[in-house]
Design a protein around this ligand. Structure first.
Ligand SMILES: Cc1cc2nc3c(=O)[nH]c(=O)nc-3n(C[C@H](O)[C@H](O)[C@H](O)COP(=O)(O)OP(=O)(O)OC[C@H]3O[C@@H](n4cnc5c(N)ncnc54)[C@H](O)[C@@H]3O)c2cc1C
Ligand code: SF4
Length: 437
């Protein structure tokens, strides 16, 4: 597997949520009420048995605690760090109703899974060879979770990715103060510990790519599509081609797996109001840019990014220009300023305009959907760029399954893991029913 250089720009970031030591973990675990029909477990998309794993920490049974987590979520280490727990498990903890601090489930999950990594505890073995094979497109969380589940059932798996780095956005997209790329790759190694997960990297699949879908189908008994989302969306305004105007996800990937020189940037601007925009402003600030501004067409109250993340960004000194929309990026060879329109509550121009000086612009207004890749594949339905599946990830073409961002339109790592896992279970049923090696 490709190793990352130590000279990555993301290396400057410290962990924003320091880990518990053993004492802190046991004290926090002992606060848990071990609820039956626990709302935290219901809120977790992978339905980890949270009361059970917490109880095992409280009773000094950390090895089995981690097992409980990995049984439901093999990417439980990264999810402990990157999940928006405030709106999932922690947000549902009964202590919120009692005006007491909720149990820090993410930090406890991190404590147990870090111990498993540090001690090399592996819990799963590949099943007996089924004689069947599955080709998975994309090496992100959805495919990794699916591949692990398929190996548990003895199926051969090959993951194809057009990049040379494994892990998808978990490796090259999520904010480094939550999870750095090298830690994401350590998790990939852990998942591969089951043995027999093969890769063909630098191998795009689909029209115009290295491998056609026909060729993929001819190689395998079933197919899983987990190719995520596409390029950053662009704005249709003059000056988009100026140097210094970039897609935010593209920039984040360069910063996470490589190094970016920002020494000349005094003021950076991020356009957008979602979670990628909030990550981007915090990352730029963390990389040492003195002034960072968010430009968003909505109001602060209606931004789609998580309010707890935006609150943290404000504490770090990020400014925002609400109800504002770029009309043009201005400059010579490089961008020097953005001409913006002020918008009203209906997001219509008020007639007022203003200009912000800036040396760097990141566009964080969404990513394209890749459904068009499979438009020619008979039986695979696409709706607004998303691949249509049933609740178990089956498409309309027998043996073809899909999950993760390419089906849900872009959610969280934990959703991709669950969808990959469910699809793998359904593929196992399909392959078993098919019979004969
Ligand atoms: C900037 C950013 C920050 C995020 N932060 C968080 C966070 O903090 N917490 C959280 O839970 N979620 C976060 N997410 C969302 C999360 O990363 C995704 O939901 C998750 O990674 C989706 O997994 P996936 O496997 O479906 O797709 P991806 O992770 O996108 O993986 C898809 C893989 O498919 C490959 N691929 C694409 N096309 C082809 C092709 N034609 N042939 C072969 N391979 C192909 C890609 O190279 C990629 O490796 C973030 C997303 C972004 C953009
Ligand atoms: S809801 Fe809170 S108290 Fe109840 S089991 Fe979950 S973490 Fe423990």
């Amino acid at each position: 597997m490709k190793r990352l250089s130590d000279a990555r720009s993301e290396s400057v970031f410290k962990d924003f949520k320091p880990a518990y030591d053993a004492n802190q973990a046991v004290v926090e675990a002992n606060r848990c009420l071990y609820c039956t029909e626990a709302p935290c477990q219901v809120a977790c998309p992978t339905h980890i048995d949270i009361p059970q794993f917490i109880r095992k920490i409280a009773t000094d049974n950390v090895k089995n605690s981690a097992k409980t987590i990995f049984e439901s979520n093999i990417l439980g280490m990264s999810c402990a760090r990157v999940c928006p727990v405030e709106v999932l498990c922690v947000g549902s903890c009964v202590f919120n109703e009692m005006d007491q601090p909720p149990i820090q489930i993410g930090k406890l999950q991190r404590y147990a899974t870090d111990a498993a990594f540090a001690n090399g505890w592996q819990y799963f073995e590949a099943g007996e060879d089924s004689g069947k094979s599955v080709g998975l497109v994309g090496a992100g969380p959805a495919s990794l979770a699916a591949a692990h589940e398929l190996r548990r059932n003895g199926h051969a798996v090959t993951i194809y990715d057009k990049r040379d780095v494994i892990g998808g956005l978990n490796t090259w997209g999520v904010a480094p103060y939550k999870l750095r790329a090298d830690d994401a790759l350590a998790e990939v190694d852990y998942v591969l510990g089951i043995g027999g997960i093969e890769f063909e990297l630098n191998t795009g699949v689909g029209p115009g790519e290295a491998l056609s879908f026909d060729e993929l189908e001819s190689r395998h008994d079933a197919v899983f599509l987990g190719f995520g989302l596409g390029e950053d969306s662009a704005l249709d305004v003059p000056g988009l081609d100026l140097a210094g105007v970039h897609g935010a996800v593209d920039f984040i990937e360069c910063m996470k797996v490589g190094s970016v020189d920002l020494s000349w940037v005094k003021h950076a601007t991020v356009v957008g109001g979602g979670n990628t925009a909030i990550d981007a402003v915090r990352e730029l600030k963390g990389l040492g840019i003195p002034e960072v501004t968010l430009v968003y067409r909505g109001t602060e109250a209606r931004m789609s990014g998580y309010s707890h993340e935006w609150k943290a960004a404000k504490v770090e000194g990020i400014r925002a220009s609400w109800q504002s929309q770029p009309l043009a990026f201005l400059g010579g060879d490089r961008v020097m300023s953005i001409h913006c329109a002020k918008l009203n509550d209906a997001k219509k121009p008020t007639g007022d305009t203003f200009t912000i000086g800036t040396d760097l612009v990141l566009l964080a207004i969404g990513q394209g959907k890749l459904g068009k890749l499979v438009e020619g594949v008979q039986g695979v339905e696409v709706d607004w760029g998303k691949i249509v599946t049933d609740e178990n990830g089956a498409t309309g073409r027998p043996g073809w399954y899909a999950g993760g961002d390419c089906t849900n339109g872009g959610k969280e790592v934990v959703n991709a893991v669950q969808e990959g896992k469910l699809a793998a279970q359904a593929m196992n049923d399909y392959l078993s029913a098919k019979g004969g090696a």
